[in-house]
Design a binder for this molecule. Structure first.
Ligand code: ATP
Ligand code: MG
Ligand code: MG
Length: 378
């Protein structure tokens, strides 16, 4: 293929993107710290050392690349808007800018009639009594920017939480979100290509402490009608933005079987890791194909077999998470370790995928691993 793809960020998503790129002889050039996970598996001298928020480093990356993409949305967008005049950037910097601010993202979704949880922008702690009056308890206080893995969310349960919630979320701009009494969380990976918008299957995500723990593909006990509605809604949500590539759409399934969009990520995502073993084409291959205008036959997005993804999170000691990885190696799981160095409590260090002819078999295989997961993070 002989194409050079510059990636802002060099973490695990870039690393798995590089695994897919290597097979196609596509060169991945990462902008991140020396020795970052992506750089460890792509040995060439052209990687750029620095921050994905540093304009000079981003310019240097663009000079070396045919196309730029991101594996994290918290990047310097102004400079990407300048760069896109000469080097293609996917998804578009304008989309990244909107999605970076979760409140602004919601405003755009609402303007396109995509259902989301009701939200109120906040200026200060003084606004909270009004929010509590409007939403009741509990409600979510969320940072508008730089949020990931729940580090930017605070569940407000009572009046006495106000000060704690503000202290926990710090100086960032905040907004409040009405509690969504979901029965299940669903997610769909969506691909935007030059020719249209495609969707991977609807999956079920299980979060604990606001961080993704498990993904079940397909979503368990969800009718094909709801799965289809989730795929359609996810495509509609992504169509509010421009730029080619993969997007994740997280949704809440409510007791009346209606759906709300929680948030969009404009990049490969934890809820799409299962596609590596579970589908005929992975989210990473799909992203490369989309941004390089290579074909994506829709039938390759189907599930091969029911699949479950279990995250490997850090524990109390630097290598506590390896117990889970080792146990999974001894069973029927595919283990991915990200090369992030020392683990710390709750840090994403890797993941495991189990696939089986039926979901019941996959569940039985993953059950002992969930017990080890729980022990490691407790
Ligand atoms: P990510 O790592 O996916 O980017 P994030 O830090 O941006 O996560 P959110 O997706 O906003 O965080 O929230 C994380 C989790 O918290 C959700 O998946 C859900 O379980 C819970 N949550 C978020 N918003 C609400 C809400 N309004 N009502 C109920 N639960 C919520
Ligand atoms: Mg998020
Ligand atoms: Mg989320």
């Amino acid at each position: 293929m002989d194409r050079k793809v510059g990636v802002l960020g060099g973490g695990q998503l870039g690393r798995m993107l590089a695994e897919a790129a290597n097979r196609l002889n596509i060169k991945i050039i990462a902008l991140d710290k020396e020795g970052a996970p992506t750089k460890q598996i792509t040995a060439h001298p052209d990687h750029v050392t620095g921050s994905f928020k540093d304009p000079a480093a981003i310019r240097k990356l663009a000079e070396l690349s045919d196309v730029l993409t991101i594996e994290i949305e918290h990047v310097d967008v102004e400079i990407l808007q300048e760069i896109e005049k000469t080097t293609p950037v996917h998804p578009s910097p304008k989309s990244i800018k909107i999605i970076q601010d979760k409140y602004h993202q919601k405003e755009v979704l609402i303007s396109h009639k995509v259902p989301v949880a009701e939200s109120i922008a906040l200026d200060s702690e003084k606004d909270l009594p009004r929010v509590a009056g409007e939403f009741g308890y509990p409600f979510m206080l969320k940072a508008r920017t730089d949020a990931y893995d729940g580090r930017g969310n605070y569940v407000v349960r009572q009046l006495s939480d106000f000060a704690k919630a503000f202290a926990a979320l710090g100086e960032r701009k905040l907004y409040a979100e009405r509690w969504a009494p979901f029965t299940m969380e669903l997610a769909v990976m969506v691909i935007r290509t030059s020719n249209g918008t495609l969707a991977f299957p609807t999956v079920e995500t299980v979060h604990e402490n606001s961080i993704c723990k498990l993904v079940y593909a397909p979503a368990r006990g969800v009718s094909s009608a709801i799965s289809q509605q989730a795929q359609d809604l996810a495509k509609k949500a992504v169509d509010c933005f421009d730029g080619k590539g993969i997007y994740a759409v997280e949704m809440f399934l409510l007791p009346d079987n209606t759906l709300l969009v929680n948030e969009i990520a404009p990049r490969p995502h934890n809820s799409g890791h299962y596609t590596i073993e579970g589908c005929y084409m992975s989210q990473y291959e799909a992203h490369l194909h989309a941004i390089l205008d290579l074909p994506i036959p829709e039938r390759r997005l189907r599930l091969r077999e029911p699949s479950i993804m279990l995250n490997i999170l850090g524990g109390k000691t630097a290598d506590a998470h390896l117990e889970l990885a080792n146990q999974a190696l001894a069973r029927d799981g595919t283990v991915h370790l990200y090369g992030k160095g020392d683990g710390s409590l709750g840090r994403k260090m890797g993941h495991i995928t189990v696939t089986a002819p039926t979901m019941a078999e996959a569940e039985a295989q993953v059950q002992p691993l969930i017990q080890i997961f729980d022990k490691v993070v407790s």
